[in-house]
Design a protein around this ligand. Sequence first.
Ligand code: SF4
Length: 396
Amino acid sequence: MKSTPAEAAIRYATAMNTRPVNLLDHDEAGLRAFFASIGEQPFRAQQILKWVYHQGVMDFAAMTNLGVDLRRRLQELAVIEPPRVLREQVSLDGTTKWLMGLCDGGFGGGNAVETVFIPEPNRGTLCISSQVGCALNCSFCSTGAQGFSRNLTTGEIIGQVWQAARALGHERNGARRITNVVLMGMGEPLLNFDAVVPALSLLRDDLGYGLAAKRVTLSTAGLVPGIDRLRDTIDVALAVSLHAPDDALRETLVPLNRKYPIRELMRACADYVSDKHKRSVTFEYTLIDGVNDHPEQARALVKLLRRMPSKLNLIPFNPFPGTRYRCSPEARIREFQAIVMAGGLIATVRRTRGEDIDAACGQLVGQVLDRTRRSRMVRETGLTTIAGTLADGASR
Ligand code: SF4
């Protein structure tokens, strides 16, 4: 029988005795291919998934429904390797941030990303990263200012959830603490499509975290071909960083707009929601003092979004050292919200969470190894480069 490229690649890596396969890098289909490639029954994938994601077990020796020989083989061929928690900060309001070390620096001295858990009365949202840094350079985002280092692997993406779930444990009644996951941290997830989709699949799969489509949200700066591809690939909720009602302003905030202007973005969003009646898009709009918070901009936003099945998330700008922007005053935020709601949009203002740990937030990640040399360019243009933070990434 002819093998798929994934099977062939796994067989090659195994035969060449190269790096062991990190089983977190694979969704169910990938694990079935892995087991087939080593001559095992594909149903072993389901057993492994249950151990890893339901039981939180990563030691093959403890997987007692696998035969002794298979356990021994897995110890030779494979690993289950999530990022390592290097540091944890817990806010007075329960918001928890972790610095997750990635394996390329021996987990401690190299790249790292942040993961944030935000508890609310009826849900717990985990914000995860998809890249180290970001190449898109949005002008209001500290992650954007520091440049881009590399994509995360699937294992590094889903491994953030695994580590957070383990750190949080379960509530006394056995209920899950993580009820929602958003890819809204460092990075543009649609620029890391091939690693992100298996992670989304593990979040959705009953053998993984079993989350409903509306509880898994991918947030994008507006990569139109990626939105189209996502629509045809997997069912998750979509959030789009809009931040301006017109192209001229949006280009100054989200440079990607030069390539994919608002008209094309709206077409992609309309198509995303058109074939699944339960889908809607959340538009993120960071309110920046004197930049995008005028009443006429609120009215232009109504005109733009009124026919789209969507929600508008108004986010008070979260200042960071070196930024030229300020947060809109409270009264203007309320006025902006009132105008868009009067125009028929569903609009909420995101509450600020974890304020008492924000100060240290930018210090956690450290300097991203900037392969785009963006940090140097930013320094030369007078802006201070600081470490990217998930909170800032989340303020898209
Ligand atoms: S807002 Fe998002 S897409 Fe833009 S630079 Fe920051 S992390 Fe990247």
